[in-house]
Design a protein around this ligand. Structure first.
Ligand code: NAD
Ligand code: MG
Length: 366
């Protein structure tokens, strides 16, 4: 393995699998799959942006190895994470002769991964599933952990499953074509890992900010490895989100979900909401006397250097955002929990902080 190539083992007993990370590793995808699964038939699921860039070439590699291959292309974007699109894919798979022996390979971002994984989990009661994520968010977050699913009207990820892949192959070279905003949105989740569980990693990101902005592939491979390892640690401890450990991954997300809802999921990319939400959560921790201002200012400086938005859109009404957060609470019929830093590299769950402090942490005045 070259120094640019890394391997992360997700240790989940009989559902354990490898994540292989490197530059140019997609060239070896057929070997990667064959080492782990006796493949005779592949359904490659992708979106129309990624098809021409990568998925088509991936499919050719399987065809060239005399493996029957079909490419199923969805429209790009969150609206494809829909039961009707899943239905279309099931139907197409029947028409293409897919059966229990077919393997599903997701080539794309988190939308493709979540949808293809859901189709893999359900078609013929479950097919072997591999992932080749092509966005930074998918490489550091959505392709690890086995959560797959689709959205219902007004309820994200409402129908789904835990369906672990048999392997994940991450080619950081695919990130060279990612639009700037999508790239930066993925970086917000990267920064999140440092804050919630790894201060040395946070310091590494600070030191490498210029290389990150330049999409240096060696630095990206190291970042993806580290994030996959950190998420795998959490998932290994709490595969099905039962012990509460997995909740630490939601740092910044309670604020983020309110920001996304208040802007109708159109103005902010998820990662942008996470960046703003982490700063809100950090300010809340400050207000509650849990951390000093330095913890927030280091996050602020790093997120700023990485080109992420830092403040909630000024036209939003703080009372409306608070209402949206507490509406979520009713849905879950529990307390409104916040994941808050106790220092850089460690977070704690804080239940039901005072509404006034939450409101003031939004930074919207009023
Ligand atoms: P996405 O899949 O919509 O991809 C973003 C855009 O980038 C799309 O237009 C896509 O076509 C394009 N694209 C993808 N790869 C490209 C490349 N290499 N070059 C150029 N363009 C490329 O969005 P995303 O941010 O990757 O994923 C978001 C989804 O992930 C959400 O639905 C979210 O719910 C889900 N998610 C799931 C988990 C999980 O645990 N399963 C975790 C986090 C997020
Ligand atoms: Mg997220």
């Amino acid at each position: 393995m070259s120094e640019l190539q890394h391997s992360v083992r997700v240790d989940l007993a009989e559902r354990g699998y490898d994540i292989e990370i490197g530059e140019g590793v997609l060239e070896g995808i057929v070997d990667f799959v064959q080492q782990r699964h006796a493949v005779s038939h592949v359904a490659v699921i992708t979106d129309s942006n990624v098809d021409g860039l990568y998925a088509d070439a991936v499919a050719d590699r399987f065809s060239d190895a005399d493996i029957e291959t079909h490419v199923l292309v969805i429209d790009p974007g969150e609206s494809s994470k829909d039961p009707e699109v899943a239905h279309d894919l099931w139907q197409t798979m029947i028409e293409e002769g897919c059966d229990r022996q077919t393997m599903v390979l997701a080539v794309g971002g988190g939308v493709v991964g979540d949808l293809a994984g859901f189709v893999a989990a359900t078609f013929a009661r479950g097919l072997t599933f591999f992932q080749a994520p092509t966005t930074l968010l998918a490489q550091v977050d959505s392709s690890v952990g086995g959560k797959v699913g689709v959205n219902l009207e007004g309820a994200k990820n409402m129908v789904g499953a835990f369906w672990q892949p048999a392997g994940v192959l991450i080619d950081v070279a695919t990130l060279t074509t990612l639009p700037d905003r999508e790239y930066r949105a993925g970086l917000a989740e990267v920064v999140k890992y440092g804050v919630i569980m790894d201060e040395p990693f946070f310091a590494y990101l600070e030191a490498q900010a210029d290389a990150i902005n330049g999409r240096d592939s060696a630095v990206l491979a190291e970042i993806v490895r580290r994030c996959c390892r950190l998420k795998a640690d959490v998932v290994e401890a709490d595969e099905r989100e039962e012990s509460g450990r997995r909740a630490i991954l939601n740092y910044g997300h309670t604020f983020c979900h309110a920001l996304e809802a208040a802007t109708n999921y159109t103005r902010l990319l998820h990662g942008e909401g996470v960046a703003i939400g982490m700063l809100c959560a950090s300010r809340l921790a400050e207000r509650l006397g849990r951390i000093g201002a330095d913890v927030t200012s280091r996050q602020h400086a790093l997120l700023e250097k990485l080109g992420l938005p830092l403040t909630a859109p000024a036209d939003l009404d703080p009372d409306e955002l608070v209402r949206l957060m507490w509406r979520d609470k009713k849905v879950s019929a529990g307390k409104l929990n916040f994941i808050l830093p106790s220092r850089l590299g460690e977070v704690e769950l804080v239940a039901d902080p005072p509404v006034g402090d939450v409101r003031d942490s939004l930074g919207l005045g009023g």
